[in-house]
Design a protein around this ligand. Structure first.
Ligand code: IMP
Ligand code: MG
Length: 339
């Protein structure tokens, strides 16, 4: 039996609410701080992960967010639907062609899928992103869809992702599985039918990467200090656009340029998300938006009491520690409370 070096860990990063919690920022921090040897991106092109590094802002739809750590091997798991032109564009932009790998069994999103996504009245009613992920998933389930091994441009990148990632875990490397969106957009657990076309929980992130649940050491669940959602569907406690702007919560989506709706942090949903994801720890982002005195803070002790109380209340609700707190857009605007 392979002997795992316990010092190194396999971590799943998942979103708690409706996506856009700031997973890209948290993952880019972990990449640099923990030296993530291997990262597997899951989900699909509909999600944009924002990474700000060396004064440059990236909105990554396909390339794993650990690319900022130059020794990180970047993998795209078999469960992913790959959008080939977007992937190739991002490989160029991030300069990672020598360290990215794509599983031959990834499904491929074709132009027709995006056309269907944008022209279907039903899908438009759900407020989909229009990338074609839902129609590509339908075709995959129908077993008529193309896979990555059918696309000549992907030939240089093809690799057995499940084998690579499991070998890395067994060799005691630092591995991260990158989830997308959030539990409330899950096909299984979200606000159906106003959801995305896959489950977004930690278990499915593992499945899409090809990693069994016994190999996971940590599930880091990412929350934002307030809630946002794009598209249609319920949003408990939703604020008017005026109120959202007044509070500084009004956001424009990184991927689609759409306006985000917003609502205050929801402790009941937070608890449910921790339960279903099996969270072992949590990250809370954008604390500086809720409490401007926290801007760029790196010490928990020096934060104002009301900010500390907010974090304590989250911990009591979800039953796991808030180990990482985001206090600004850059990878290192972080309070890291891990030992
Ligand atoms: P689809 O995933 O493009 O089919 O869109 C289904 C729903 O999920 C819509 O409400 C989208 O706005 C939402 N959605 C999909 N991806 C993301 C994301 O990365 N962030 C936030 N919302 C998303
Ligand atoms: Mg996003």
């Amino acid at each position: 039996m392979p002997n795992r070096e316990k010092a190194m860990v396999c971590t799943v990063v998942a979103g708690a609410f409706w996506g856009d919690e700031g997973k890209g920022k948290i993952i880019s921090y972990l990449a640099l701080k923990d030296k993530i040897d291997v990262c597997v991106r899951t989900g699909s092109v509909n999600a944009a992960h924002t990474v700000v590094y060396k004064d440059k802002k990236y909105a990554l739809h396909m390339v794993p967010s650990t690319f900022v750590y130059e020794r990180s091997r970047l993998l795209i798991g078999a469960g992913v639907n790959v959008h080939v032109p977007q992937l190739l564009k991002e490989i160029e932009e991030t300069g990672v062609k020598d360290r990215i790998g794509v599983d031959p069994q990834c499904s491929v999103i074709e132009e027709k899928h995006s056309t269907m996504d944008k022209s279907s009245a039903h899908l438009k009613g759900l407020g989909t992103t229009g990338w074609g992920v839902g129609p590509a998933q339908e075709e995959r389930v129908h077993r008529t869809g193309k896979t990555a091994k059918d696309v000549p441009e992907l030939a240089p990148y093809l690799t057995d992702v499940a084998l690579e990632v499991n070998t890395a875990i067994d060799a005691g490397k630092n591995v991260l599985l990158e989830g997308t969106q959030g539990l409330m957009l899950s096909l299984f657990f979200g606000t159906y039918p106003y959801v995305t076309s896959r489950d977004t929980s930690a278990s499915t992130i593992c499945a899409e990467a090809g990693v069994g649940p016994t190999k996971i050491d940590h599930v880091l669940l990412v929350y934002k200090s307030f809630i946002t959602r794009v598209g249609t569907g319920p949003l408990p406690g939703e604020l008017s656009k005026e109120e959202a702007s007044k509070r500084g919560w009004f956001e424009i989506a990184a991927g689609t340029g759409r306006e985000r709706r917003s609502a205050p942090f929801n402790f009941d949903l937070a608890r449910r998300a921790a339960m279903i994801n099996g969270a072992t720890q949590a990250a809370v982002t954008k604390l500086d938006i809720l409490f401007p005195a926290c801007k760029n803070a790196t010490s928990f002790e020096r934060m104002p009491n009301e900010a500390k109380e907010f974090i304590n209340r989250i911990e009591i609700s979800i039953g796991v520690p808030v180990t990482i707190i985001g206090t600004g857009p850059s990878a290192f605007d972080i309070i890291d409370r891990r030992k």
